[in-house]
Ligand binder design. Structure first.
Ligand code: KIV
Length: 276
């Protein structure tokens, strides 16, 4: 049985911390699912850590659906959340509903995430009213990177902090089942967590949130173009991969790979017949 939004909400009530990770492919999703992580986000961070763009802005619905399908195929228990890409939910409530539906119907996700607060509350409400669970995302919302002028901590002035709290309350009122708080001062994230009844999932928002989300490549150390301050590297996969690839390269050049162990053979009598 897959995790449901009621179970996720109940975790906040019980004070049980919620872990969430991103995934973009079948194999990684399967490992995360088997570890027991309840929430998997097919993030539009895909654009940066998988597709090599400088930001998440070029990511399309087709990119997201392609990877969401792969993640859905790799999971049995986790709730798969599809991240709605730039400008696929801002133009109208109908556009937002149409694209959210594609994540669920075509992509195999169980929920969608979209960036924004008060400004997207009407879209969130309509999507939720139609039966699709929505996760909100406020603070440093990477799709607005040009508006922010870079990856900067949000909510540091009293005006910005009040507006972030209003965004959180608007998302809760619109029916979101959880809210991502990204790159927000820890004290403000704790305050927002206390003020809303739905779980907050922090990334660079301190330990006071109800849960945490990280980009899988950041915690595995497999994306090193830049490592955000909020990311802890639990492994250095780049080093392991680079060593393995170099060994393979050297062995191919030296003729020491493959050995008999990696080769197939044919009955000698058949071979003799061919060479007559
Ligand atoms: O795209 C993403 O991976 C995200 C997380 C950082 C929350 O939105």
């Amino acid at each position: 049985m897959r995790i449901t939004i009621s179970q996720i909400k109940a975790m906040k009530q019980k004070g049980e911390k919620i872990a969430m990770l991103t995934a973009y492919d079948y194999t990684t999703a399967k490992i995360i699912d088997e570890v027991g992580i309840p929430l998997i986000l097919v993030g539009d961070s895909l654009g940066m850590v998988v597709l090599g763009y400088e930001s998440t802005i070029p990511v399309t619905m087709e990119d997201m659906l392609h990877h969401t399908k792969a993640v859905a195929r790799g999971t049995k228990q986790a709730m798969v959340v599809g991240d709605m890409p730039f400008m696929t939910y801002h133009i109208s409530v109908e556009q937002a509903l149409h694209n959210a539906t594609r994540f669920i119907q075509d992509g195999g996700a169980q929920a969608v995430k979209l960036e924004g607060g008060v400004n997207v509350a009407d879209k969130v409400k309509r999507i939720v009213d139609c039966g699709i669970p929505v996760m909100g995302h406020i603070g440093l919302t990477p799709q607005s990177i040009h508006q922010f002028g870079g990856f900067k901590v949000q909510g540091k002035t009293s005006e910005a902090a009040v507006s972030m709290l209003e965004d959180a309350l608007a998302l809760e009122k619109a029916g979101a089942f959880a809210i991502v708080l990204e790159t927000v001062p820890a004290q403000l994230a704790t305050l927002i967590t206390e003020k809303v009844s739905i779980p907050t999932i922090g990334i660079g928002a301190g330990v006071g949130c109800d849960g945490q989300v990280q980009v899988i490549n950041d915690i595995l150390g497999s994306f090193t173009d830049f490592v955000p301050k909020h990311a802890k590297q639990y492994a250095k996969l780049t080093d392991i991969m680079s060593n393995a690839i170099a060994q393979y390269y050297n062995e191919v050049k030296a003729g020491s790979f493959p050995t008999d162990q990696q080769s197939y053979s044919i009955d000698e009598s058949i071979l003799a017949g061919l060479t007559k």
